[in-house]
Design a protein around this ligand. Sequence first.
Ligand SMILES: *Cc1c(COP(=O)(O)O)cnc(C)c1O
Length: 376
Amino acid sequence: MKKIQMVDLKSQYDKIATTVNASIQEVLDTNTYINGPQVHQFQKSLEEYLDVKHVIPCANGTDALQIAMMGLDLKPGDEVITADFTFAATVEVIALLQLTPVLVDVDMDNMNISIEGIKRAITPKTKAIVPVHLFGRAANMGAIMALAKEHNLYVIEDNAQAIGANCKFSDGTKKKAGTIGHVGSTSFFPSKNLGCYGDGGAIFTNDDALAHKLRGIVNHGMYERYHHDVVGVNSRLDSIQAAVLNAKLALLDQYNEARRTAAAKYNAAFSGHSNITIPEFDLNGDDHVFHQYTLRIINANRDGLMQYLLDKGIPCAIYYPIPLHSQKAYVDSRYKEDHFPVTNQLVKEVISLPMHTELDDEQIKFITDSVLEFLK
Ligand SMILES: *Cc1c(COP(=O)(O)O)cnc(C)c1O
């Protein structure tokens, strides 16, 4: 059996090496390392793929979130609501811009931000909601957009984990995650569903004026050369990374389908087990692109299972072991433990198994057999 990896980027690369190498070689031959034609081409291709008017490439997913918020003219002290159960980057940029993060609990069934939690957290100072499409599953954007409209709030989607996922609305229409709020962001970190071979990110919006503003912010606040109209940053996607992304974007749907197929095989093995809650998803649907495959281990020794798997050479991980409201950098006397019952439970129960585009049946069987053996 091939060695099991949490994310197998090498096996994936081996299959696309010719295309990717040629794409990178083109950058080397023309030596247009910054703002080369590859960046522009990727921007256009991603706009088309996502069906969004504007993609603004930038240096990474954390910058993308920060720049998205800078574009919205939020003022220090404005409250921004986001999920307690996510990667720290989301809350980090809120705090960095001197906005006030307001963490709310998530829902048990989809691990995404709780609509009831958002409702309870809205105050006259609230200016924005940042839903995260966690682990690849689209958040409930219909309900979030309705709340935002009612309270006149911005919605900034952190789509670092769910590029390609669709959000389905009550009228049956679908839109790509990241393109529904006023602005969305993503990351092209190598292990993300659309990963480059270094750092990369992008911002999405359908708002022409906001897009113009964001294009200046990523480039030192310049709209005309050496005229700095706003305080900006230096955040660029370089041409070599864009060249990699051009080769991989064409394969994104196929890659996400491979992840769903692996998830369905895992689910089939674990379904009905009294100690395991599987991530339910619609096999024919596309609202979940499985950035992570995350189980809840109920009334059993989750940490023992993790050690057991690691000892057998099966990588696994806890995303995320500590709620954000308990992190030193983000403690706030307004938070009470009973505001976060679901997150507090999830951090003790979740375990993520290997998930990538190259898992084969032998590996999946070895992993599922090992989990079931431990929980016997
Ligand atoms: C990866 C990630 C980010 C940050 O992306 P980087 O490119 O690593 O800066 C932000 N939010 C979430 C939810 C992520 O998973």
